[in-house]
Design a protein around this ligand. Sequence first.
Ligand code: SF4
Length: 283
Amino acid sequence: MNSLVIRLSSLGDVVLCGAVTGGLAPVSFLTRRAWAEVARALPGVEEVLVWEELSADSLRRPWKQVIDLHASPRSRRLCLGLGAPVRRVRRYDLRRRLRVWAKAGAPPPPVVQRYAEAAGVPVAPRPWIPAAGTGETLGLVPGAAHASKRWPLARYAELARRWSGPVVAFGGPEETAELSSLGVEVIAERGFQRTVEALARCRRVVGGDTGLVHLARAMGVPTLALLGPTTAADGFWSDGAEVLELDLPCRPCSLHGGPSCPIGDHLCLRGIEVERVWQVIQP
Ligand code: SF4
């Protein structure tokens, strides 16, 4: 019998499920269509169920157990009446919000540890999505869903100028315009496989608090995450990720980033100079 694992979104969260799917094998993984290919690549995943294509009876079969790693009202409803034991991740919403609102309290445990507690298996060592990474390429991930999590594009361009080997940038036209004019290869959003192949060529990937950097980590590619409104201590990067972040009293200022800096200066990321990043990543 399979274990049913539920994580509906988003890229980084689905990737981090790779910490436990191998230990739960065989797994049927329920997620949104946008992340189906990612889920299919995780260890132990035998089948992907697409949330948008579910019928009333799709989930009505004997499950060994249901592991709800989303723990939203929607995922809770999906678990009702499945007739299998349900184990659910602890979200620590109140503690996370207190950290943002009051800058107080202990941070929650790392996300992968919370997943492991819910799943009842240990955190698997990376890589979870093996890919031969032998290249000399520098990978840049300048975009992020929320603008306040983006390090200035001109600084990514400066890294590209300094790197003596090939450079590849991941993102859309707006996020990569300045980079493509420098001759940087741009991998736009043209599919998971192409993205994985490009990441596998990277010797190092630099980016913000985004799912693509989690994906690179899951593949075992050395990464450097530049964190601003979110912090390494607050869960997603607190399991040994290499990060650069500044000690500012306004951090963390949001759970997931926002459209702009609430106090206007965006010092958390503007204060991370190119030279500091270069000292970490230079060959
Ligand atoms: S500088 Fe402070 S307030 Fe502004 S985005 Fe960064 S962490 Fe938030």
